[in-house]
Design a protein. Structure first.
Length: 343
């Protein structure tokens, strides 16, 4: 490690993990920082004064990140998790690394295995080779090597690879992440605007614990700052647990629309997904239906051990405080529709 890096970190006795001091002398490499969660992580880190190297496949398309910080604070660079040499170049000289790379569905060479399994290993290897002090790896609640879903299995395999290479890495597992640019509430609101009915896959009984993207970003900052225990997985969920039926009801309330909710059995949803997943940007895939067969909530074990947002000193933001404002575009008269929250 360079003397400059050493000056920016505090080593604890008997622990190879470094607690990063986030200021204008710190350099953080963020893989996958141009996506939905990534943009919010960049914004949160910019407030600390830290400099960022945002490693993405197409840096020329990441110019939207630079206005989130000061002049020269945010520097997009080229890297691809399928090419380890590019990852190492992006990690050289950094004090910490954050891995946000992930996909919702495979496309071409961007497969679950390549990005979320082998890609996670390559990032951890780059961080280790570069002498980085802290690695934060963002996975997902539901990561399970025995899961029916390929997405969930690849997330679990990626976690295992990260632990093998970088045992002190902090792993963050968010539930469904919501915010103004999400692909969750926005997707259902868009569907409610054009569809005569809204589908409830499997009866709409799957439970979620949606977490605000700003809180997920705060968790990354807290993990970098040493608030999280090294080598420990944290599960990130919001203050409410909702079934899919309740999610749809919230969407209809916030968009001021009325639509029947129709149950779609899992087998029929998988059949539809088999065709819809052939689209360039699938509306539904068979693998996503398999994910819906399991709840997506913070485990009781994580709550007991305080491996949660609250354990990181973060008070989670409620859905009602954020979602109604950005779903106004889907109301019958848009911003001119007057939404009155229920007492």
């Amino acid at each position: 490690m360079s003397s400059c890096n050493a000056a920016r970190a505090n080593r604890t006795h008997g622990d190879t993990q470094l607690a990063i001091t986030l200021n204008n002398r710190a350099l953080i490499t963020i893989y996958g920082g141009s996506g939905f969660i990534g943009r919010n992580v960049v914004r949160a880190l910019a407030k600390t004064g830290a400099r960022m190297r945002v490693a993405v496949r197409r840096p020329e398309l990441a110019g939207h990140l630079q206005p989130l910080g000061g002049v020269g604070q945010i520097n997009p660079v080229q890297a691809n998790v399928r090419f380890p040499d590019s990852l190492l170049a992006a990690a050289e000289g950094a004090d910490a690394v954050v891995n946000l790379d992930g996909i919702l569905f495979p496309s071409g060479k961007q497969t679950f295995k390549a990005v979320q399994d082998e890609g996670a290993r390559h990032v951890a290897e780059a961080a280790r080779a570069a002498g980085v002090g802290r690695l934060v790896h963002v996975s997902a609640i539901g990561a399970d090597p025995e899961a029916a879903s390929a997405y969930a299995r690849s997330k679990a395999e990626g976690e295992a690879a990260v632990r093998e290479v970088f045992p002190d890495a902090v792993i963050l597992r968010p539930s469904i992440v919501f915010g103004p640019e999400d692909d969750f509430f926005n997707r259902f609101a868009a569907l409610a605007r054009i569809a005569p009915v809204l589908p409830l896959i499997g009866g709409g009984n799957t439970r979620f614990q949606p977490v605000f993207v700003g809180d997920a970003a705060k968790a990354v900052v807290a993990a970098l700052s040493g608030e999280a225990k090294p080598g420990t997985p944290y599960e990130l969920g919001g203050p409410e647990v909702l079934t899919m039926r309740q999610v749809m009801e919230r969407v209809l309330t916030y968009t001021m629309r009325k639509r029947p909710l129709v149950t779609v059995p899992f087998w029929l949803a998988k059949l539809k997904g088999a065709f819809l997943q052939l689209l360039p940007k699938p509306l539904l895939t068979v693998d996503q239906v398999r994910l819906l067969e399991s709840d997506n909530v913070v485990s009781e074990a994580a709550k007991r051990a305080r491996r949660t947002l609250e354990g990181l000193g973060i008070e989670p933001v409620a859905i009602a405080a954020i979602v109604p404002a950005y779903l106004e575009q889907f109301r019958p008269r848009g911003q001119f529709s007057v939404y009155r929250p229920q007492p």
